[in-house]
Design a protein around this ligand. Structure first.
Ligand code: ADP
Ligand code: MG
Length: 742
């Protein structure tokens, strides 16, 4: 996987910037994907383009970007705090001056009139104080507007700069040439200009604060990794920083310590709390040769493990990477909004100009003043912040929330699809059942001796990784059948047939182990086993036949118990209105019993791995939006074909990268949870977009003065600025509601 790089974009003010930045990077070779997240002002680049190239390209279109590093967590944090501090400062200065001007102007007529003694000079001073505050607090807005103007385009900065600039210039003209203006037009708008800047800054301060909170999930994950570890070298134990740990080093874990890197226990054992990653509350007992994962917590035991994956290779690093990438991705709905935001600004400019023209010609006197004020109000009210924030804010909170529950959602599209599912196909083994099959019964035929057959079967199955194979080997081991060195069975010509079984040569005999289909394929007569087969399958166990040199020698029953909460989870899925199906390579009768036990109405049995993929495809052709839940490795083609592939129980696995949704815990409950979070997030996004849309649909006409002819209502530009800040705030608050989802 190519590691994505992240850049922080400093001077990004509105949703219309998103499409512009992405477009500027689109045609650069060595950039496969560029995606801007407006909620945290970050840019994600996948590709091999150099940092300089990216930063230069952005500066050409008017944006300052810096490379973001997540290892240097403190630095990012300091940057973010500094930014927050600066935004607050800018807001407060503009607010105080704006308030002072407003109070003295309207409430206490302390300031002399223009035609009074010292009137003109006083107002000139006020004008320049206002200009100073506008530039101090809103300098970046004017600069941004200027830069985009040079390129012949416009953005949100342009709207604000034009609105406040026009208010200031008009007021200055009145001060300088008051004789030529009627007295009624002497109402100056310096306070308005300053106040609008104050409110815009209030908006960006609130956004920056929310941004800090939305990345909390990432911060929490980063915080899981301890800063130091105790290394054992030549029987000496020394504490070193985790960055100095290399694969192969031996690390001592004391009671209560966090695991610093991924590895394998080589001495001792302990119960480990993995809940921070998997969401599973029960600690897991780990022995020698078991894997331990970075960031999990050792309970009371003490052990030594060998580091296997360090640095960016640890499971935790991969999870963090995935969550970051997902938060930066966009569901389809988000792309649509970016397109709208890009054309939004020119449309608003056109509306503002039309408004001014109409007021100028049909408005009351002084009509030029009404034309000016209504145009300014339209410019200020229509800033597309809310529109741009709606999708990424909710997505970041939703994906972060899921991550905290051990659910890794790969990207926005997966989230969108997971919220729209009509059908879920569950793999049986390891998904509905525990995936820890055990041999429960054994039968032998045609004079073969059970112990001998088992010994042979175990020798062959040692070469297979199938859970059934492991069950056979384990059973043989517990009976001490394969311990004695003198009769080790030599296996040759081993062949694995996925979904069927294995064939191998052992001690001059040809051995076939597998299911009924596999036996029939090799013309093995299994009639003698019919009653036993019937009994095994009605017990929900899986049959494994063993044939030696073309004759059926034995039959092993392997049972895999159903997970405690599978039935409940399936019920909950059905209550969400989703059709639940089961899919398995197992015997049809076994499948029937299991399906009945967990309440699944329909199932597909005896499917070969590639047939599983076809089952999904056929469902999709019936216009169903299909999810597949499987263990991520065996079921890879089916997981890939499904609209959403859920990999289950991948907590200790590297399979994180292969599925749309990875469930760290080994429970179907995670699927229910993931779907609930996805549905809630999509609903939240739609609410935000609807809100932003309605706000503009209602706000712009009122700002333009459509209510004036009927009710005499005109909005003051400051009210428009307040409405704009309020609309952003509403979106931030609505997105944050997702945090309290259960
Ligand atoms: P599932 O869908 O239950 O995960 P698979 O597709 O992996 O099943 O396998 C389907 C069937 O093929 C198993 O139920 C079993 O009967 C048979 N089979 C596959 N591999 C082996 C093996 N190594 N030994 C015995 N039987 C096997
Ligand atoms: Mg399977």
């Amino acid at each position: 996987m190519i590691e994505p790089k992240y850049y922080q974009i400093e001077n990004m003010h509105c949703g219309s910037c998103v499409a512009k930045i992405e477009a500027s990077l689109k045609d650069i070779p060595n950039i496969n994907q560029a995606s801007v997240n407006f909620a945290d002002h970050s840019l994600m680049i996948i590709g091999s383009a150099s940092d300089d190239l990216v930063i230069n390209t952005l500066s050409q279109v008017g944006y300052r970007a810096t490379l973001k590093t997540f290892t240097n967590n403190n630095e990012n944090f300091n940057q973010e705090t500094a930014f927050l501090g600066k935004s607050a400062q800018k807001f407060i200065v503009a607010l105080i001056i704006g308030l002072l001007l407003m109070i003295s102007d309207y409430i206490y007529p302390y300031i002399p009139a223009l035609d009074a003694q010292y009137g003109q000079i006083t107002w000139l001073v006020i004008g320049f104080i206002s200009l100073f505050v506008m530039l101090f607090s809103g300098g970046d807005i004017f600069l941004g507007a200027w830069k985009t103007l040079l390129k012949g385009t416009a953005n949100m900065d342009s709207l604000i700069a034009l609105g406040t600039g026009a208010a200031w210039i008009y007021s200055m003209l009145v001060v300088l040439f008051y004789q030529y203006f009627p007295t009624i037009a002497h109402g100056m708008y310096f306070d308005t200009a300053v106040f609008i800047i104050a409110l815009v800054k209030l908006g960006s301060w609130l956004e920056a604060r929310a941004r800090g909170k939305t990345s909390a999930a990432i911060q929490r994950l980063i915080g899981l990794q301890p800063k130091t570890a105790i290394v054992v070298q030549n029987k000496q134990e020394t504490e070193i920083p985790i960055t100095a740990i290399k694969a192969g080093m031996l690390i001592r874990i004391r009671p209560g310590a966090k695991i610093p890197v991924d590895g394998i226990i080589i001495e001792g054992e302990s119960a480990i709390d993995q809940s921070m990653l998997t969401g599973e509350a029960m600690p897991v007992t780990k022995h020698v040769n078991d894997e331990v994962i970075t960031g999990t917590l050792n309970k009371s035991g003490s052990f030594i493990f060998k580091a296997t994956q360090v640095g960016g290779e640890t499971t935790l690093a991969k999870i963090i990477n995935l969550v970051k990438q997902a938060q930066n991705s966009k569901p389809q709905i988000g792309r649509l909004v970016d397109k709208i935001a890009a054309v939004f600004v020119p449309i608003v400019l056109a509306i503002a100009v039309s408004t001014a023209i109409i007021w100028y010609f049909v408005g009351p006197t002084p009509s030029y003043l009404y034309a000016l004020i209504t145009a300014i109000t339209v410019l200020v009210i229509a800033c597309p912040c809310a529109l741009g924030l709606g999708t990424p804010m909710s997505l970041m909170v939703g994906i972060g929330k899921a991550a905290e529950n051990g659910i890794l959602i790969r990207n926005g599209n997966a989230l969108q699809s997971a919220g729209e599912l009509s059908t879920i196909v569950l793999d049986k083994t390891g998904t509905i059942t525990k995936g820890l099959p055990e041999v429960t019964q054994m039968f032998s035929y045609h004079g073969f001796i059970a112990a001998d057959i088992l010994k042979l079967a175990a020798a062959a199955e040692k070469n297979s990784e199938h859970p059934l194979a492991e069950a056979i080997v384990k059973y043989a081991n517990t009976l001490h059948l394969s311990d004695k060195n003198e009769d080790v069975i030599i296996i040759s010509n081993f062949k694995n047939f996925p979904g069927k079984g294995v064939i191998a040569d052992a001690a001059n005999q040809t051995l076939i182990v597998g299911n009924k289909t596999f036996m029939l394929e090799h013309k093995i007569n299994i009639e003698v086993a019919t009653p036993d087969l019937k009994m095994i399958t009605t017990d929900a166990a899986t049959p494994a036949f063993i044939a030696i040199d073309g004759t059926l020698a034995g039959l092993i029953a392997i049972a895999d118990p159903i997970k405690d909460d599978s039935k409940l989870a399936i019920q909950q899925l059905q209550q969400l209105g989703i059709e639940v199906l089961m899919l398995t390579g197992d015997h049809v009768d076994t499948a029937k019993v299991i399906a009945a036990q967990v309440g699944v109405n329909d199932f597909f049995a005896e499917c070969l791995p590639d047939e599983k993929h076809t089952v999904i495809k056929n469902l999709q052709q019936k216009n169903k939006i299909v999810a597949m839940v499987g263990d991520g490795i065996n079921d890879a083609p089916a997981l890939a074909q499904a609209n959403v592939g859920f990999a289950i129980g991948a907590g200790t696995d590297v399979a994180i990268e292969s599925a749309d949704v990875t469930l760290m815990a080994n429970s179907l409950q995670g699927v229910v949870h993931a779907i609930r979070i996805s549905k809630a997030t999509m609903r939240n996004i739609k609410q935000n977009l609807f809100g932003a849309f309605i706000y503009n649909v209602i706000g712009i006409p009122i700002a333009a003065g459509v209510l004036y002819p009927f009710f005499g209502i005109l909005l003051h530009p400051v009210i428009a600025a307040a409405a704009m800040a309020a609309s952003s705030l509403t979106i931030v608050m609505n997105a944050n509601r997702l945090r309290y989802l259960h």
